[in-house]
Design a protein around this ligand. Sequence first.
Ligand code: GLY
Length: 381
Amino acid sequence: MLRGGPSYTGGVNRGPFLADVAVVGAGPVGAAIAWRCAQRGLRVVVHDPAPGSGASRVAAGMLAPVAEAYFGEHELTGLLTASAARWPGFAAELAEAAGMPFGHRTEGTLVVGLTADDLAEARRLWSYQQELGLPITMLRPSQLRDREPALAPRVRGGAVAPGDHQVDPRRLVTALRTAAERAGARWSPAAVGALGEVDARVTVVAAGCGAAALTGLPVRPVKGQVLRLRAPGRAAPGFRHVIRGYADGEPVYLVPRTDGEVVVGATVEERADTEVTAGAVLRLLRAAVDLVPELAEYDLVEAAAGLRPGTPDNAPILGPLPGRPGVLAATGHHRHGIVLTPLTADLITQLVVTGVADPLLAPFAPDRFTAGPRTQEKTWN
Ligand code: GLY
């Protein structure tokens, strides 16, 4: 049942509707939008038959605007940086609203190279990131090992990105749902097969890869295989920073949780299946143990694969769907769904409430993939 009160018909004189806002997809992005909209007094229904079973189920939860600032992705880097800056406040508010922790850790990230070749490759990227003014500082091997003695003596060098933090995505989804429900949002287990089935003034499609079938937007699955290890006796892992880098050419990241879990990821494959392959497990484990040898003694507790919602330019799709009044897209977050959750939720909620798009959204509008000149309109309803 929805909350009582007068029907809300919004600024476009359509309706009345069963809800003010329907969110399709209850991953972190959808759940956060639901929370923010419910906080604004809107009647919100979230549709998802399996909340949190998409990309966030396997995501490591790195909040990495610096370490994931890649060549040629300038606008995306700006969005990642803006969202990461909102994370501390978002985390504090969510912890209060949900009354539960979700593994937000702020020790920072070490980026390392195992061999001279690995280090040379990493240094090119660090120089680019420094040119952008991003906070990353190169370290000598002794400085690296002072910070993390668990690193292998073979590691040739590295850098620290102190502002690249982490959160546990599975616990984040639970916390966001709790906060959203406490604010009045309702969850519906009914799957949405077509947007016409939704009875709401505004529909937000936050369905990850599922957005392609619902909207026709160019969202494609990008497979990632991920392992979860556990320190013996559930002790905290022997390192505190997120560690990422290259080991004999193999990119890998290691994300330690206080409960003993270490996430080891991830492959990036242009495939749509979720099979776990022996070769991927072998490569991830070899790279992980090359960087942090003690991981060989940890339990291997999970090997899984998920599908990131990729887009043609690797950037998310945020804003009004062309030709579909009342429908907003919040999808295509690819490798960055967790870090982009606070900003996506705030900007989409602002759009729902005011009908005005924040200028930050302009490069990420859905109409960048449609033929003809961009509309550049700032209002949509
Ligand atoms: N953001 C890390 C990944 O997608 O593997």
